[in-house]
Design a protein. Structure first.
Length: 194
């Protein structure tokens, strides 16, 4: 069986579901096989794995990205629980600049979201005690990290929770709005490199 790959509203962002082989004991799945992902059009060379635990429903992490010289593509999945995972196009000159797309990722379903370089990424936990793992194709670089507000009215992300349920870090709560960092001519100020 091969990977199920579905382009989202931003077609470079891909929802990937590896096959599962189940029996009375549970299931087995290959969450990452380079040759299969390359055949599906995902040729990123992942160099770091990250993991986060969010204990409360409504935890939003993001919207995060890294600029040049250390941009990152990501492959995100829920190990336990469920998230609504979001990507925002920040590529200069893109026809979909400033637009977002999202998908629900569950431990039960095994879905993964591939987010290319040039996109901001964030997720919202849908249940308590959600464990998220993601691969990145560039190592973490504090000097290159950047972000946008989760509640940016110009992005108008439709998070599947009520505002009073939202829990964000102090750092994420003060991230800028896209309009506050966008160039005066409406172009994208973000440099993700070649």
């Amino acid at each position: 069986m091969s990977l199920a790959v579905e382009p989202l509203a931003l077609p470079e962002v891909l929802l990937v579901t590896p096959p599962r082989f189940a029996d009375a004991r549970g299931y087995f799945t290959e969450t990452w096989t380079r040759s299969k992902f390359v055949a599906a059009g995902i040729a990123a060379t992942f160099v770091q794995d990250n993991q986060s635990l969010s204990t409360a429903r409504g935890t939003i992490r993001g919207l995060h990205f890294q600029l040049a010289p250390a941009p990152q593509a990501k492959l995100v999945r829920a190990i336990t629980g469920a998230v609504f995972d979001v990507a925002v196009d920040l590529r200069h000159g893109s026809l979909t600049y400033g637009r977002w797309c999202g998908a629900t990722l569950t431990a039960e379903g095994g879905e993964q979201l591939f987010i290319p370089r040039g996109f901001a990424h964030g997720f919202c936990t849908l249940v308590p005690d959600t464990l998220v793992a993601y691969k990145v194709d560039g190592v973490y670089d504090r000097g290159a990290e950047a972000g946008l507000r989760w509640d940016d009215p110009d992005l108008a992300i439709r998070w599947p929770i009520e505002t009073h349920e939202v829990k964000v870090s102090d750092k994420d709560a003060v991230l800028p709005y896209l309009r506050d960092v966008a160039a005066g001519d409406g172009g994208a100020p973000f440099d993700f490199g070649p």
